[in-house]
Design a binder for this molecule. Structure first.
Ligand code: TXA
Ligand code: MG
Length: 329
């Protein structure tokens, strides 16, 4: 793997690499993506192989502008243009009926395709220069922690991909919100960087997929995902001070009050506060970096506490819940 900067020369190199079917780690405002030419089935096959991702889990196709989304998806689906006008470029992925010619590997053979226009100048520039739609799952091995820095990508996938463009840390820190518009009512399949509240303000009929009552509609909704190697326990309701950690345990909490209480108890080897001011946006931005760092330190257990279930807090809680569902711990 070769690490690239954001210079014009390096971005041109990254775009050319994508064009000829190579794999490029790309910064976006949510997480780093593993980019590949969405029109090239061989390049897509390389993505699945590098990530060890099952081919039944479809990819998101990234475009530089709404007009380019028309080439892969039927944008004249109810609400699609309204949503694109309001939230693109941005952390919104729309699931729409797909156009002929999108390789089956990108959509796992589904009649729908996931499409997004990212709000990151470097991602947009690379896609534009490449002149192709770019399929980009998060640049991590399947089921593992998502990357929010070039270093996270290098550590997890460095020996399996061609280039990484280092665009610094991701500002949002959790993946895009996946909104399925191919059905009525529209359904949020994955909470993410764009809040339910902002979508509902424009689309009052929108619902959130409820994992307790609905079966998974997309493999990204499989219960175990985003997992650190170290077992993670989520405190559902209740508080971290009520738990009884085993061995050397680390705690991830939200807000100064909680952090102080935990430190006083002295039951955790380390206490990390995702946001001392209780700001869920800051907590989301730091989430994966904190989990990567703790995971590298080989604690026996990680314990984490939920955020209030609103705004981007829902996306953080979703990632923590899925990280806590690993079977082998
Ligand atoms: O923020 C993001 O969305 C990042 C950056 C790189 O853009 N990408 C990302 O991709 O998170 P990935 O592959 O890790 O997650 C894609 C999600 C999965 O949950 C997948 O199941 C869902 O989108 N998905 C893709 N195509 C779909 C479809 N046709 N129907 C339903 N869900 C779909
Ligand atoms: Mg992912």
């Amino acid at each position: 793997m070769i690490l690239l900067s954001t210079s014009d020369t390096d971005l041109a190199l990254a775009a050319a690499a994508l064009h000829k079917g190579q794999l490029v780690g790309i910064p976006t405002e949510t997480v780093y993506g593993l980019g590949a030419n969405a029109r090239d089935p061989l390049a897509l096959a390389r993505v699945f192989s590098a990530k060890e991702r099952p081919t039944f889990d479809p990819l998101i196709i990234h475009v530089a502008k709404t007009a380019d989304a028309d080439e892969v998806a039927i944008m004249d689906t109810p609400h699609a243009r309204t949503m694109a006008a309001a939230f693109w470029p941005g952390p919104l992925t729309m699931v729409l009926p797909k156009r002929n010619g999108v390789p089956d590997l990108a959509t796992s053979g589904l009649p729908t395709v996931a499409v997004r226009c990212p709000a990151h100048p470097i991602a947009l520039r690379i896609i534009e220069l490449a002149g192709i739609p770019v399929a980009a799952p998060s640049a991590n091995p399947f089921g593992r922690l998502s990357p929010t820095s070039a270093e996270h990508v290098a550590r997890q996938l460095g020996d399996r991909i061609d280039y990484i463009v280092d665009g610094g840390p991701c500002l949002i820190g959790v993946e895009s919100t996946v909104l399925d518009l191919s059905m009525d009512p529209p359904l949020i399949l994955r909470p993410g960087g764009l809040s339910f509240e902002r979508i509902a303000a424009l689309l009052p009929s929108v619902q959130i997929h409820d994992r307790a009552t609905n079966s998974p509609r997309a493999p990204g909704q499989l219960p175990s995902h985003y997992a650190p190697v170290c077992p993670l326990r989520l405190v559902e309701g209740g508080h971290l001070p009520d738990v009884q950690p085993r061995g050397d345990a680390a705690a991830v909490c939200f807000g100064d009050k909680s952090a102080q209480a935990l430190k006083r108890l002295g039951i955790f080897k380390i206490v990390i506060d995702l946001s001392p001011n209780g700001d869920p946006v800051e907590a989301a931005a730091r989430l994966f970096a904190v989990l990567h760092e703790l995971d590298a330190q080989s604690y026996d257990q990680l314990w984490a506490e939920r955020l209030p279930d609103a705004g981007i807090g829902r996306a953080v809680n979703d990632r923590l819940f899925k990280a806590s569902q690993k079977q082998d711990c």
